[in-house]
Design a protein around this ligand. Structure first.
Ligand SMILES: [Zn+2]
Length: 288
């Protein structure tokens, strides 16, 4: 059984019937969907992604941060002369609708932005009760806030036993150590193998026993995915895709096989592989 813990609902790029067909082709049983964060976005060129990965995973991180800040504009980001919108308050309703229609195949993350939403706990309350909503998604990187503003949301998630999937930002926009320390019973899943810290996050594995990572997106590659699992241990790593962004199939929809191939080729026992592909998510998302 395979569960994709990190996918986006962007029906213009991948509608539900196509997603279901793609999932069936490769044996993905369930997908946890994130409500839409952005309007149509371009693919980041492969070489630019490779450069950013290299910078972020080493001493070039301050430069990567400057490049990121330069790209951030009011209401979104720009790539060259083109600007792309980021939704300050992602609408959870479209994913709630998918969960009602396909309760056995899709799960959902309640997307909160406490930097803009005056009542994030009310938004949480409204959507966490929708069957299939399994946790909270937070995006201090594109929503551009310091993780210290997350206090009340994280406290409530800890109280409710809801995991958080968080795409960390640079510096104080990604203070995972404070989060894990201050909310020791909160299960934290850092998106994209600990982006933008990578190995500088993995080395806090023992200090942060509630810290996990997903293996989604071309923010990482096969080599980095292997290094992540070697450093964090299979029990802290979750399969995810970032679909429909990143890896395109020949029919120009999403290639679900790419990251599955990375996991299939990793030197893991069957129990460890099963943990990465399903069991860790089943435990953290409380599907058992
Ligand atoms: Zn994502």
């Amino acid at each position: 059984m395979i569960l994709d813990c990190h996918a986006h609902f962007d029906p213009q790029l991948l509608d539900v019937p196509t997603a279901l067909r793609k999932m069936d082709e490769v044996g993905v049983a369930r997908v946890a969907l994130i409500p839409p964060l952005n309007g149509p976005i371009p693919d980041t060129p492969k070489h630019l992604l490779a450069v950013m990965r290299h910078l972020m995973n080493g001493r070039g991180r301050p430069l990567a941060e400057r490049i990121h800040r330069h790209a951030m504009v009011d209401g979104g980001f720009k790539l060259g002369k083109l600007a792309f919108p980021i939704f300050p308050l992602p609408d959870n309703e479209p994913v709630a609708e998918v969960l009602r229609a396909h309760p056995t195949r899709f799960l959902g993350w309640v997307f909160l932005n406490p930097a803009v939403d005056p009542t994030p706990l009310d938004t949480l309350e409204r959507y966490r009760t929708v069957p299939g909503m399994v946790g909270v998604k937070l995006h201090p990187h594109w929503h551009d806030y310091r993780t210290e503003v997350l206090g009340p949301v994280l406290a409530r998630c800890q109280e409710l036993g809801l995991p958080v999937l968080i795409h960390l930002g640079f510096g104080e926009r990604g203070d995972f150590r404070a989060i894990c320390r201050d909310y020791p019973r909160l299960n934290v899943i850092s998106a994209h193998a600990g982006f933008p810290f990578y190995k500088d996050l993995w080395r806090f594995r023992d200090e942060c026993p509630n810290l996990h990572v997903d293996l989604s997106s071309p923010y990482i590659d096969e080599r980095l995915a292997r290094a992540t699992v070697a450093a964090m241990g299979a029990e802290r790593c979750l399969y995810g895709t970032d679909a429909p962004y990143g890896f395109h199939a020949e029919d120009s929809s999403y290639d679900y096989g790419e990251i599955l191939g990375w996991v299939a080729r990793m030197p893991l026992s069957e129990v460890e592989r099963d943990a990465v592909l399903m069991q860790n998510a089943a435990r953290l998302l409380r599907l058992e």
